[in-house]
Design a binder for this molecule. Structure first.
Ligand SMILES: CC(=O)SCCNC(=O)CCNC(=O)[C@H](O)C(C)(C)COP(=O)(O)OP(=O)(O)OC[C@H]1O[C@@H](n2cnc3c(N)ncnc32)[C@H](O)[C@@H]1OP(=O)(O)O
Length: 421
């Protein structure tokens, strides 16, 4: 158990680590610990934070050994599209433990404290991008969807003849600064259309559009689709030039593609796939059900690799489960285990229907026993609880109950985040 003290610090169970909130003046040292843990350059991070600050200092947690900072965990206050609409979500970030202190419970102490703080702020959900897949399951996070890296070789870069094409659309190239206002507008419009996205503030945009120094990093540019009523989509991308034995082997690296209509999307795809001197177009991150495959003349030639993007966690199980829509009526008693947020552990009766949901504590016999990380995975409606039952890590006491809950939670459109934080 975590014992809170009067100064706001806490000590984690039997461990020696004190965890307390950080201050702005401690931030450079916290960043030094974090960047050393991540093996990334401190100066670049400091410069980014100075020029386009996104850190909320009142959400920084420090783990201490005496006076020394040995671990960090931070969080952003996002308004993220969730099933049911925009919801407050803690965007966990900045997690690092000084390399000589690893595997001694520092992160465990930080996670316990952070979850309690998130709950105290009234946020039912937390999300993060994980540096490694083996870290966060034990802390109650699950993988609710995957994003796709898709690449298409130039020689196979053809869309179907019946792909929607609109001759009134034109594609123009622009510098990011010129196109920024239009990109911000189009992105704001796109945010509600897919679960997992959040509107970017000005500093998030500035960070995203700042080119990192590096020998191969081509300049970021924008392809903008113009229609009679103004821009209808954009693709943020870079061009990497390469030649091998006299043959052009360039790559188009697409960071983000946003289109307001199917025809605008097709115009962007065709522009990106058909650039001269290019051997390959790489879409670095697309939704799992992105239309690219449906539009490709030969879908097998779209080489796709899925990766886990956002991990989700129910910080408050009754709060989160009662604050989302359901496709059909379902009544189920869940027996939840949660090592790091003990207020979630126990039995919860979920009574949900198309008109709303209620969740209350109960002593009734459970229908389904599972870990809170399974609920995090299933919450966005794309990962089936049935799969965890099949795997033998969740227990179905009432036959068929997992499938019924899966149907109630199902979302037809794949979530997407697209903004790594
Ligand atoms: C949202 C983000 O910011 S993602 C960035 C995460 N940070 C990094 O990847 C930076 C490099 N790594 C680190 O700083 C540290 O190794 C951390 C933060 C991943 C782990 O910190 P530690 O203090 O070592 O974790 P802690 O000692 O509390 O470990 C708790 C448990 O997790 C396990 N664990 C910790 N890290 C990992 C890992 N990378 N892979 C698999 N298991 C892990 C431990 O073995 C331990 O298991 P146990 O409960 O069975 O004993």
């Amino acid at each position: 158990m975590t014992g809170a003290r009067q100064d706001g610090s806490s000590r984690d169970g039997d461990s020696a680590w004190t965890v307390r909130g950080g201050t702005e003046s401690e931030h450079p040292e916290a960043l030094r610990v974090f960047t050393e843990a991540l093996n990334i350059p401190l100066q670049e991070e400091l410069r980014g934070e100075r020029e386009h600050p996104v850190i909320e200092h009142d959400r920084t947690l420090l783990a201490l050994d005496g006076d020394r900072i040995v671990g960090t965990a931070m969080a952003h206050s996002f308004e993220m599209t969730m099933p049911g609409g925009p919801r407050p979500v803690a965007g966990v970030t900045g997690v690092g433990v000084w390399p000589t202190y690893r595997r001694r419970g520092v992160l465990s102490a930080l996670m316990r404290r952070q979850l309690a703080d998130i709950r105290a702020r009234g946020e039912n959900l937390a999300a993060l991008w994980a540096s490694e897949g083996g870290i966060y399951g034990r802390f109650g996070y699950g993988v609710p969807f995957r994003e796709m890296r898709a690449s298409v070789q130039r020689v196979h870069a053809r869309l179907r003849p019946d792909a929607p094409r609109d001759p009134s659309l034109t594609v123009e190239l622009a510098e990011p600064a010129q196109a920024r206002e239009e990109m911000e507008r189009l992105h704001r419009q796109a945010v509600p259309t897919r679960v997992g996205q959040f509107p970017r503030g000005a500093n998030w945009w500035s960070r995203m559009l700042t080119d990192k120094p590096g020998p191969e990093a081509g300049r970021t540019r924008v392809a903008l689709v113009h229609g009679p009523d103004g821009p209808q989509g954009y693709a943020l991308h870079r061009l990497l030039s390469r030649w091998e034995v006299g043959l052009p082997q360039g790559q188009v690296m697409v960071r983000e593609l946003v289109a307001a209509t199917p025809a605008a999307r097709v115009a962007l795809y065709e522009h990106l796939l058909e650039r001269d001197l290019i051997a390959e177009t790489v879409f670095q991150s697309l939704p799992e059900d992105d239309p690219l495959t449906a539009l490709a003349a030969d879908p097998r030639r779209v080489d796709q690799h899925g990766f886990d993007a956002l991990w989700m966690r129910l910080v408050d199980v009754p709060g989160a489960l009662s604050d989302r829509p359901y496709n059909l009526g379902v009544e189920v008693v869940l027996e939840v285990t949660d090592r790091f947020a003990p207020w979630n552990a126990g039995r919860w009766r979920l009574k949900a229907g198309t008109g709303g949901a209620r969740v209350e504590a109960t002593d009734a016999a459970p229908d389904l026993g599972l870990d809170v990380s399974h609920l995090g995975a299933a919450y966005l409606g794309r990962v089936a609880l049935t799969a965890f039952v099949d795997a033998g890590v969740a227990t179905e006491y009432t036959p068929g109950v997992a499938a019924r809950l899966d149907t109630a939670l199902y979302a037809p459109r794949a979530p997407f985040c697209g903004t790594d934080f």
